[in-house]
Design a protein around this ligand. Structure first.
Ligand code: PBG
Length: 320
């Protein structure tokens, strides 16, 4: 035999030398949940080791994460029910605890990246990402609300706006309003191909943000489709997105690959709550090895073409 592929696998050192994919802490964006209040840290049952933090404790947590070498974070608000309404008005209220948290974090950690979430669901009494009327999610009535939310976040100092709502035309609307407000340097990472997925279950528990009626299938993408992701990508590029995202990640590696091959923008992938929960559940039962499994998952997402990965595993990865 002239060719023996096993020669290139004969030692750990050689395997490391020829490895095509290197996972690095710079690639990782760590999601964190923030709540109003003080000295508060509440566990999320379906997401072991993830918590809803009040700002004071969140600052400590960020300190720890930064010392471990993480530098990118995405922040989600868990909003009290009594603050929710049909138009998500709390999302752009001056004294909103989420906006205050963004301000304090940027003051305390000026060099890290903080990304936001733009969608109505955490603030909406309907639990939908858009404005609901007669059971319909109205696209064009949602756009100004999203733009207002994004502008409020930009004003608070967010580095990257993360529209996760899947309304048509929202990237353009947000970009225009940001520019008009003087926030030309605020970036947009569009949730470009966000699928109507069952893998968001634990996240909706964490924020108590599940739809009160119906599902999200009229705006989030159909898991059966891949070519449609190219339409979304083209629109996001034309409308001014700085980054594209595929979400979830693990069941959509082919979509990550397709977008990364067809766009010159950086492509990220969201390794979502359900993907995190299932590894934990199996590891708890002793059916999977926790560390090896999640590293294999993150590696596969990077190998598929993601430049960066939003993942609840990020902290464990840098802690090893
Ligand atoms: C809200 C939003 C969701 C996630 C991120 N932003 C939930 C949804 O669309 O229902 C899910 C993230 C995860 O599951 O980890 N628009």
């Amino acid at each position: 035999m002239l060719q023996r592929p096993r020669r290139n696998r004969k030692s750990e050192a050689i395997r490391n030398m020829i490895a095509e994919t290197q996972l690095h802490k710079n690639d990782l964006i760590y999601p964190l949940f923030v709540v109003d209040g003080k000295n508060f840290k509440s566990p999320i049952e379906s997401m072991p080791n993830c918590f809803r933090w009040s700002l004071d404790l969140l600052l400590h947590e960020l300190d720890e994460c930064c010392n471990l070498g993480l530098q990118h974070f995405v922040l989600f608000p868990a909003v009290d029910d009594h603050l929710k309404d049909k138009i998500a008005s709390y999302s752009y209220k001056e004294d909103n605890f989420y906006l205050k948290a963004i301000r304090s974090i940027k003051e305390r950690f000026p060099t890290i990246t903080i990304m936001s979430d733009v969608a109505m669901d955490p603030y909406s009494s309907d639990g939908h990402d858009g404005f609901v009327e007669d059971g319909q999610i109205l696209n064009d009535k949602t756009l100004p609300i999203l733009a207002k939310m994004a502008t409020a976040q930009a004003q608070a100092g967010i580095d990257i706006i993360g529209p996760s709502d899947m309304m048509d035309g929202r990237i353009r609307k947000i970009r225009e309003e940001l520019d008009q407000g003087g926030y030309q340097n605020t970036s947009i990472m569009s949730y470009t191909a966000k699928y109507a997925s069952s893998f968001y279950g634990p996240f909706r528990d964490a924020l108590d943000s599940a739809p009160k009626a119906g599902d999200k299938k009229t705006y989030q993408m159909d898991p059966r489709n891949k070519r449609e992701a190219l339409i979304e990508a083209e629109l996001d590029e034309l409308e001014g997105a700085d980054f594209l995202m595929v979400k979830p990640a693990l069941s959509y590696l082919d979509v990550i690959q397709t977008l990364s091959e067809n766009s010159n923008l950086p492509v990220s992938a969201y390794n979502v709550s359900g993907e995190y929960a299932m590894v934990h559940a199996a590891a708890e039962k002793g059916w999977l090895d926790y560390e090896n499994t999640y590293i294999e998952i993150l590696t596969s997402i990077k190998r598929a073409g993601a430049n960066m990965i939003l993942s609840y595993f990020a902290k464990d990865f840098v802690k090893r």
